[in-house]
Design a protein around this ligand. Sequence first.
Ligand code: NAD
Length: 423
Amino acid sequence: MSQQTATHSNDNPFESMMSRFDEAARIIGLDEGSYNVLKSPQKAVIVSIPVTMDNGTVQVFEGFRVVHNANLGPSKGGIRYSMDVNLDEVKALAAWMTWKCAVVGIPYGGGKGGIKCDPRKLSKGELERLTRAYTDLMVDVFGPDKDIPAPDMGTGQQEMAWIMDEYSKLVGYSSPAVVTGKPLVLGGSLGRVEATGRGVMVSTRSALSKLGISPIGCTCAVQGFGNVGSISAKLLQMQGMKVLAISDVTGGYYDANGIDVEAAIKYRDQNNGTLEGFKAQKITNEELLELDVTVLVPAAMENQITADNADKIKAKLIVEGANGPTVAAADTILNKKGVMVVPDILANAGGVTVSYFEWVQNRLGYFWTEERVYRRADRVMKTAFEAVYAASQKYNVSLRIAAYIVSIAKVAEVEKLRGKFGL
Ligand code: NAD
């Protein structure tokens, strides 16, 4: 299988992902045809988006939407607004979504989109015109049964509301299920904001039970204090764990007696969104990763655990709230040290799971209570963890490779059943 011998660099998270894909594909003996099908996106659309700016000039933006694989159902994935957006990145992120949806067993394929722009430099009116024009150009790609966007870096509820409205106008009826991550009043789901952090907490509990460690009194450190990090920290503390350190872009904050996470969230919310000045011992983000804790939750950004620091990690368990926080070269070191790692595509899949619930509720026209959303999402996360754990035992591999094995095997099986053109 010559394609699988390609070398992959360490610091590109997507290359890192592909090297895990290759390893899993090799272990399950994926045939070369299926390997090539799953490696390539099924559809990649590039559009030029003309927008009349506030000053009357016309600017043309480049927009993308990639459907990596729609074998398991409509493709699902966010839309990113950033100057770094390019086709290669969008392709890689779309593939990531395929594995993430498959590993938690929701009936979606993987997709991703983006517009090369700096949203902070656009007025609200310009952003609205840009988002609506992008939707017009993607009307044949999007659809509740075809391809369902969601927020990603640089986009949020407002952009989803515009997409839903524009798409609805184009098809002639209200179509809330075409996007997820909408405001509640427009058909968003209760529990979506907490969903990813909650999934991290549920995965942590599942993993700790395999390690025979009680969460009560067990220590943890959480890197990143945004949506995922702060909610993970809060829920882990509610499970009886002692959160020794938290961090954000301003650095790390340590307290040997445990950080009061609720107080830290309140502080951040009243302090322009950062922990700067929070009362605790100041440490660096690097030091946080190397603390003597039982559980480490990287929930900030990619490439935090590398070949340089993996050996210094003392945690017994790493639960990846962020996407791509561990480079492939660090996997070998962590495996050798016996550190259990719940990989990103499993650990942070609580978010896409509740996005799926939002779509289900939109299609039912019936909304669930927060309690029902949590109960069902917890069940999805627990079941997925058990399946991945079983595969790791069966193949004697890490949870990460096991997660790729579970998802690749599932998508490949469906591809074989449906034929080569799953769309
Ligand atoms: P966010 O923007 O809400 O928070 C990011 C946090 O990381 C902030 O506290 C920020 O200060 C901190 N940070 C930024 N640069 C840092 C640095 N150099 N060192 C340490 N901390 C730094 O983002 P989020 O939604 O919480 O996402 C965090 C990660 O989780 C990302 O990798 C994202 O892709 C992933 N993720 C998020 C979701 C979701 O539902 N929000 C779902 C799946 C995966």
